[in-house]
Design a protein around this ligand. Structure first.
Ligand code: TXA
Ligand code: MG
Length: 313
């Protein structure tokens, strides 16, 4: 299959209607979409990514009014979260609508629903006129793509088309909140922070990083570039050479000693840059990437979650 590069959301939607898979931009990362109500099309997502079949997909819709197409019920706390944070980088786990095929939810009675804010994603989902099941558009286990070039590098020839939409501005995947538990639980930290969620759901809890697995995807290997990732407190803890790279907030003493360096102005810039940095390091054959730790607060909680998963292998 040759993968088409598209710029028109309406043209991209014709592939979805024809049962094909299409990568599309969102504000978090690029997604790999298929018609959520077409089980054969959804199967093609798992094949293209090499994704384990026990890892459920998120269903994307354009507006809050369409959430009931995928979810059997929307509890009051979910209504409040939708009202306050969507469209945006938030996924809600809700009871599955009986018409959503089991392959989408990996057999679970719950379904993840997300309303992306990216204008190209909005135009695409509106034109699809069906809920679109979409994981991140990377081969399973790899960092999520934040540009169409990274999607192409990972999945060229394995998917029908890529809808181009520039660099993803958040750069990390959505916050996942389970609204089927009381109190609601943060299963994956993301750009909507715990403090923000507490303004709407004061009793919200954070699922422990270890212990029983609440979100099936969290048990699989994640976000790992080909290079070895090492976490350091400060640039002084790294040992630079031409086959290694550094990314962090503080500038290393001898940047020219590294094969690649990114010094980020703050945590948001670091989150935005991280997966693209991994992509470029892999392209350049970098062997070792030093990543500076950040404080696990606000967006830093999501960034440290991805950094720790990238370093664990
Ligand atoms: O920002 C994002 O969320 C991106 C864009 C494309 O929307 N999507 C994304 O999808 O990151 P994916 O499949 O890479 O990650 C979805 C996460 C996985 O950890 C999965 O296990 C979890 O959400 N998930 C999906 N449905 C679930 C469910 N019913 N119950 C618990 N966890 C679920
Ligand atoms: Mg993913």
């Amino acid at each position: 299959m040759s993968t088409r590069l598209l710029t028109d959301p309406t043209e991209a939607a014709t592939y979805i209607k024809a049962g094909q898979v299409v990568a599309f931009p969102t504000e978090t990362v690029y997604g790999l979409g298929a018609d959520a109500f077409n089980p054969e099309a959804v199967q093609r997502i798992f094949e293209a990514k090499g994704r384990p079949s026990d890892n459920p997909l998120i269903v994307h819709v354009a507006t809050a009014a369409e959430v009931p197409r995928a979810a059997a019920a929307v509890p009051p706390v979910a209504e409040r979260l939708l009202e306050r944070f969507t469209p945006g980088p938030l996924t809600l786990i809700l009871p599955r609508h009986p018409e959503v095929p089991r392959i989408v939810t990996a057999g679970l009675d719950t379904v993840g629903v997300r309303i992306p804010a990216h204008p190209v994603a909005q135009a695409f989902l509106t034109a699809c006129n069906t809920p679109v099941a979409a994981p991140s558009a990377n081969p399973s286990g790899r960092p999520s793509p934040t540009s169409w070039e990274a999607v192409k590098a990972g999945l060229d020839g394995r998917i029908a088309a890529i809808l181009k939409g520039g660099r993803a501005n958040v750069g990390l995947e959505s916050t996942v909140v389970d609204c089927t538990t009381a109190p609601p639980t943060i299963l994956r930290p993301g750009a909507v922070t715990r403090a923000e969620l507490r303004t709407v759901a004061p009793d919200i809890t954070l699922a422990p990083a270890t212990g029983p697995v609440r979100s099936p995807g969290q048990k699989h290997r994640h976000y790992t570039p080909s290079a070895t990732v090492r976490l350091v407190e400060t640039p002084a803890d790294a040992s630079p050479d031409s086959t290694s790279a550094f990314i962090g907030i503080d500038a290393p003493a001898r940047p020219s000693a590294y094969g690649r360096v990114a010094v980020c102005a703050d945590v948001a810039a670091y989150a935005h840059a991280l997966f693209d940095f991994f992509f470029q390091c892999d392209r350049d054959g970098i062997q070792q990437i030093y990543c500076q730790r950040v404080t696990s607060e606000g967006l830093g909680l999501a960034l440290m979650d991805r950094l720790e998963r990238a370093a664990a292998r």
